[in-house]
Design a protein around this ligand. Structure first.
Ligand code: CTP
Ligand code: CA
Length: 230
């Protein structure tokens, strides 16, 4: 049941959300990872569940509890996330890529543990670029679907942040991009978030600085258009 004061305005809407951060293996015991906690993605899922949506949640190494009331999937690598998201996307009205996807993975994964006496004083890793999942989801999306990306930029000014955001949404082809003002105030593990949402025309639709749950509710209200609710 919805908590008191929460409207069930997303009943009948299916939302696919990725969260957390992928890990790219180097050998059986080591990986290249990132510092995404998954908090904002879990908050999105919690908010959507409370508002009555069907939520399909794909988590990659969450530092927090997975959302309750969502259909849970779990992945390790960017490629696993890609396969899962492309398979699940046809079921969703809204697709939200809040996961931090590793941009590169080790070109080769050692079968056994990498040993110092076999390497020496320096070790160079060759990395290859991972596929762009958000761009692929956007290119494949059905007419009724809305695709949302996230971007954490270390811009030194508001203008630079917006410029980076506009270039990124044009490159990705998604409908909305949630710009995270990382390094200004809030970090990856914080409970609050400071975002601006831009649309595919490059316009700011909304700016919000609040708890991750409140930011989640604003994101959902912004990206879910009335025609999804019928
Ligand atoms: N993303 C993705 N697949 C990738 C990389 C990123 O789907 N291989 C998604 C992220 O989940 C996020 C959005 O794209 O929703 C933007 O991620 P970001 O890292 O900011 O963009 P990149 O294209 O990787 O560019 P950058 O060089 O700035 O990291
Ligand atoms: Ca990236």
């Amino acid at each position: 049941d919805a908590p008191a004061g929460v409207s069930r305005d997303l009943e009948g809407v299916s939302i696919l959300i990725s969260a957390g951060g992928t890990r790219e293996p180097l050998d059986p015991v080591r990986f290249i990872g990132n510092r995404s906690s998954g908090k904002q993605g879990v908050a999105l899922a919690d908010a959507a569940v409370s508002r009555g949506a069907r939520v399909i949640f794909v988590g990659a190494h969450l530092e927090v509890e997975p959302p309750r009331g969502a259909e849970l999937h779990s992945v390790e690598t960017a490629e696993e996330l890609r396969v899962e998201m492309l398979a699940l996307a046809p079921e969703a009205d809204v697709v939200i890529m809040s996961a931090a996807v590793a941009d590169y993975r080790p070109k080769t994964v050692a079968e056994g543990k990498i040993k110092k006496d076999q390497v020496g004083d320096t070790l160079s890793l060759e990395l290859v670029k991972n596929a762009d999942i958000l761009a692929e989801l956007s290119a494949n999306k059905a007419a009724h679907q809305t695709v949302v990306g996230f971007a954490a930029e270390t811009a030194s000014s508001r203008e630079e942040l917006l410029e980076l955001g506009r270039a990124k949404i044009a490159r990705k082809g998604c409908d909305y991009l949630v710009l995270n003002k990382v390094g200004w105030r809030e970090g990856f593990t914080s409970d609050t978030n400071d975002v601006a949402i831009i649309d595919n025309a490059g316009h700011i639709v909304i700016e919000v600085a609040d708890t991750k749950l409140s930011v989640a509710n604003s994101i959902l209200s912004t990206v879910i258009s009335p025609e999804h609710n019928d």
